[in-house]
Ligand binder design. Structure first.
Ligand code: FJE
Ligand code: FE
Length: 332
């Protein structure tokens, strides 16, 4: 009840919160409400109980790597983690800036390019260019050392999501799932376009295997369109707005503009979105099954305990237990 109350307040008095005469706010379940439908009210197309916005975070620009700019939302003091997600960066790099040789252990990174391209190389000789619309789903597992550098002049923009691995998967063999734009399945209906990076939407399934069950959808809504996406029960969910502005949760909430992250409440069937503006709205909806394990983090090492972190630092320093190939490798 308390959680609902808090969520509701953040939606600035949605219609299911009623102010009683003694000034207390009372939650009225949707099925008890008298619904006052106007012709333009389309909530009935959506959910009986939509998920509400629980928290709104504006991405603050910070410098990351070498001269790169990242707008970080998850992984900040305001929102340390959102189980199973450890970090979200909306990054922009122009040569010579970038993310030179650095290690990872204990989680996955998902790099999704929005503009330009990113050149990556790792210590096992794995290399390539991630172009606009391509997805690189990297399982760092026990260890990867790599570089991520802009591949084109001008602005290279992308999203990098860090997904935690459960204790049983933290030390697995590293690996990649890579998809060029053409192989990311796409759906379209009534002014709504979706690219299914992980999970399923509009009956279309992504080819990605997510060890930590994850749904990652890239939506574009044309003006005057709406979409209602089911979210698996008990999964955490967030929205990050890439472009334009949209109305999220309930139809009379305030529009939210780009570079904001919305943490969705845990109660409800799914996410409802309306584009009431005159420009296209583009956002990602990412949901994941919480791992519910302790997190110990030191930069790019994410384990369960402090002892495991010390072990990771030691393994990287002495090039052992997964970091052997780091001894003689340097990116070109
Ligand atoms: C990192 C220094 C880094 N956010 N977003 C320290 F440079 C990095 C790092 C990145 C990164 C890379 C891309 Cl392509 C996009 C990023 C940080 O590589 F993770 C730590 N800990
Ligand atoms: Fe990296």
């Amino acid at each position: 009840m308390r959680a609902l109350y808090k969520q509701a307040l953040l939606n600035l008095y949605p219609p299911n919160i009623v102010k009683t005469s003694n000034k207390r706010l009372v939650y009225v379940p949707y099925f008890f409400r008298k619904i006052n439908m106007s012709a333009s009210d389309q909530t009935l197309k959506g959910f009986n109980q939509p998920r509400l916005v629980a928290k709104k975070i504006q991405a603050r620009q910070q410098s990351e790597g070498r001269g790169a700019v990242a707008r970080r939302t998850i992984g900040t003091r305001e929102l340390k983690h959102l189980d199973p997600f450890l970090g979200l960066d909306d990054f922009e790099v122009s040569p010579p800036a970038g993310f030179p040789d650095h290690p990872h252990r204990g989680f996955e990174t998902v790099t999704y390019m929005l503009q330009g391209a990113c050149d990556h190389q790792d210590f096992a000789g794995h290399k390539g260019i991630i172009r606009t619309g391509d997805v690189q789903w990297m399982t760092a597992g026990r260890g990867i050392v790599h570089s991520e550098m802009p591949a084109e002049e001008g602005t290279n923009r992308g999203l990098q999501l860090w997904i935690n691995l459960s204790s049983k998967d933290k030390m697995i063999e590293p690996g990649y799932q890579e998809f060029p734009k053409e192989n990311i399945p796409r759906g379209e209906k009534d002014g709504v376009e979706v690219r299914v990076i992980a999970g399923e939407a509009m009956g279309i399934q992504s080819p990605v295997y997510s060890r930590t069950p994850t749904m990652y959808l890239d939506f574009t809504l044309q003006p005057d369109s709406q979409y209602h996406q089911t979210i698996p029960q008990s999964w955490n969910a967030f929205v990050y707005i890439i472009e334009g502005e949209g109305v999220f949760g309930i139809p009379n909430s305030n529009p939210v503009a780009s570079h904001h992250l919305l943490v969705m409440g845990t109660i409800g069937e799914g996410l409802s979105v309306w584009n009431k503006s005159t420009k296209p709205l583009r956002y990602i909806l990412v949901c994941g099954k919480p791992i519910n394990e302790p997190i110990a983090q030191y930069g790019p090492f994410v384990m369960n305990t402090q002892a495991e972190i010390e072990k990771a630092i030691e393994d990287y320093h002495y090039c052992k237990n997964g970091f052997e190939m780091a001894r003689h490798w340097r990116s070109q």
